[in-house]
Design a protein around this ligand. Structure first.
Ligand code: GLC
Length: 476
């Protein structure tokens, strides 16, 4: 199949979250099964063009955006390998050559995000019209690319479309006024669409041949729990015949304690000596002076409400009382980061917080912590708990979405982690107390670790399911 895979972020070139990891790894896996894949994303200023051998193809065009003609140029990445996906970038420095991908440094979204991503998608359509791309199928991801199925159907192009939704929280609403950046043909079709549905995600869900999200449990929850699918609840139920969940995979060439180059002591399941040395290194890094035999809990997350931080903040004094140590890595909402800073000052031997993006520390937390805390209120898939399992860092999670699909409660014999299913801080604390108690029983704890490290969530299986989805879309 000729496939174009479109995403606003693609690792290792650009990354704001898990979408980038998936857009980096899934096309790679698909291309190793013999499909011809082109990945297209915007060319942001953080991407180092020279070092990364990213050059112009010489192809470009003007895109009409309201009364303006806005130019783009197509760049490609020369990876010097015979296999692997082709990587393309849409270049326009006014729109994409900025410090952030979606936001200003203070976290506020760019005012022209709809303009930027409409432009990006119209450039893709142009490249199909001039037959630079001749896809059998276009795979779109999240709302930044979700208008493409609508554009493709309006132009009667014979191309199958898939929309993968990594998070239903962001739906890409646009105003009546922003509708003027669409082509006449598309704008006319909007007349019949009620204004509350004027979102990229609504148009994507209703026009794509197949729609999926990134875990089976989140897919079921979206159909049943209105708060999770927001304004799209009834739309999703109307399209349930073409809606499914496919669990993300993990890239174990990058996230595995055996070959992780960010950590000092590599280790394998049958010999965890390296893990205990990594723990001491991490305690030293955090400035903890107390090495008593207590568990160290790690957290790597954006600091937002739905990742469970208000529950965590409630119980930090209890955790300190129990003698556990916690290391938090991540940036986000000011009030949450301020509280974490305050706790770190108040309890310097138990709480550590670092608020900047630090890939090396992320790997060292996975490798050095005993447990990984991820009490998300909802979680489309989640990747860090999957990485944690591979590092024998036992996940402590809320029973939801992809967390419920990857973590099984330890029952004395089976299971690879701990879950709570009432979303309150006291239930979160109960779960942690239970885990800490079992941690003291070294025999049980080592069984949990070996169950965790055995789990295999490589892309192989999921890529096969995507190919199945592509085939269904093509038949449709
Ligand atoms: C989003 C979701 C996360 C998922 C990732 C990749 O970031 O919030 O749960 O793992 O996308 O699909």
């Amino acid at each position: 199949m000729n496939i174009i895979f479109i995403s606003a972020e693609v690792a290792p070139f650009s990354k704001a979250g898990g979408l980038a990891d998936v857009s980096g790894a899934l096309p790679q896996q698909l291309s190793s099964t013999g499909h011809n894949i082109s990945v297209v994303s915007p060319l942001y200023s953080k991407i180092n063009r020279e070092m990364d051998s990213i050059r112009t193809t010489g192809i470009g065009a003007l895109i009409q955006m309201g009364n303006e003609d806005v130019p783009f140029e197509l760049y490609n990445f020369d990876h010097n390998q015979s296999d692997g996906p082709h990587q393309y970038f849409i270049h326009n420095d006014d729109l994409f050559g900025r410090e952030g991908i979606y936001t200003l440094p203070n976290g506020e979204g760019f005012a022209d995000n709809n303009f930027r991503y409409f432009f990006f998608q119209k450039a893709i359509i142009k490249l199909i019209e001039i037959e630079f791309f001749k896809p059998d199928l276009v795979h779109c991801n999240d709302h930044h690319t979700a208008m493409l199925p609508f554009f493709i159907i309006n132009r009667k192009m014979e191309i199958a479309t898939i929309l993968t939704v990594h998070n239903f929280q962001y739906q890409g609403y646009f105003s009546q006024d922003e509708g003027k950046y669409l082509d006449e043909l598309d704008a006319q079709r909007l007349v019949d669409i009620p204004s509350e549905n004027r979102s990229s995600m609504y148009l994507g869900c209703t026009h794509a041949h197949q729609v999926n999200t990134v875990s089976p449990t989140y897919a079921v929850e979206l159909l049943n729990i209105k708060e999770l699918s927001y304004e799209l609840h009834s739309t999703l139920n109307n399209i349930s015949h073409k809606f499914s969940g496919i669990l993300n995979g993990a890239d174990y060439s990058y996230w595995s304690p055996e070959n992780d180059t960010f950590i000092k002591h590599q280790y394998i399941a049958s010999n965890l000596f390296g893990k205990s040395k990594n723990k001491v290194d991490l305690q030293i890094y955090c400035g903890f002076k107390n090495y008593s035999d207590k568990p160290l809990i790690g957290s790597i997350s954006r600091l937002v409400e739905n990742k469970g931080f208000y529950l965590i903040l409630d119980i930090i004094p209890d955790l300190v009382e129990m003698g556990v140590q916690c290391v938090f890595l991540g940036s986000g909402m000011d009030d949450i980061s301020q509280s974490l800073k305050d706790f770190a000052n108040q309890y310097p031997d138990n709480i550590f917080y670092e608020g900047r993006f630090n890939e090396e520390l992320a790997h060292n937390i996975e490798a050095g912590a005993d447990m990984f805390l991820m009490p998300s209120r909802f979680e489309p898939c989640g990747l860090n708990q999957i990485y944690s399992l591979k590092y024998g860092t036992i996940p402590l999670v809320y029973k939801t979405g992809g967390l419920a699909d990857t973590v099984q409660q330890w029952d004395g014999k089976n299971g690879n982690g701990f879950l709570f299913d009432q979303y309150t801080s006291s239930e979160l604390l109960n779960m942690i107390q239970q885990a800490v108690k079992i941690w003291d029983d070294k025999k049980q704890w080592s069984s949990i670790i070996s169950n965790a490290m055995e789990a295999d969530f490589s892309w192989n299986q999921s890529a096969k399911q995507y190919i199945g989805l592509y085939e269904t879309a093509l038949e449709n």
